[in-house]
Design a protein around this ligand. Sequence first.
Ligand code: HEM
Length: 154
Amino acid sequence: MDVYTLFPTISTAFIVISAVLVGIGWGLIIKGKREAHKKTMIAAAIAAILFFIIYSSRTVFIGNTSWGGPDNLKGYYQTFLIFHIILATVAAVFGLTTLVLGFKEKYAKHRKLGRITAVIWFFTAITGVAVYVLLYILYPGGHTQAVWKVIWGY
Ligand code: HEM
């Protein structure tokens, strides 16, 4: 596996791990295990942060990969990618708010928002894996260019 595929593989794995932890954490609170819920959700947040660090450093130092599949599918891919990015951004904002509400013990609000956050995060993970499969497994061969190379015109 080359460096262009390795980092996206690791970062996608972290989204999946994070979503699985959110699922486990939800199950724990349904069983009334508050402390275990808290620890599992913090672990889910750490996995999400690791995803973001790997993803953004890859964007800066290695680059983003463009669509390598057939031209007639490019529009659909681009639309799907934007949908995934919007979901991930909303999930990040909701996730932080849910965590803060949990720490502040505002449980009624936390419970309401937590459910929405968890569902959005599940869809983020599913669409994230789909983007990964489309870009690196089904149609490999897109061009990867570092952001700083683009900026400095290398
Ligand atoms: C982003 C991370 C988190 C998510 C997505 C999340 C999600 C949820 C969900 C979905 C519920 C409602 C369960 C249900 O009734 O169906 C819930 C309840 C709860 N959460 Fe979290 N949670 C997170 C982090 C935390 C943290 C960090 C704490 C503690 C500091 C915490 C403490 C609680 C407690 C005590 C309840 C039960 C509230 C009640 O009894 O009304 N959660 N959470």
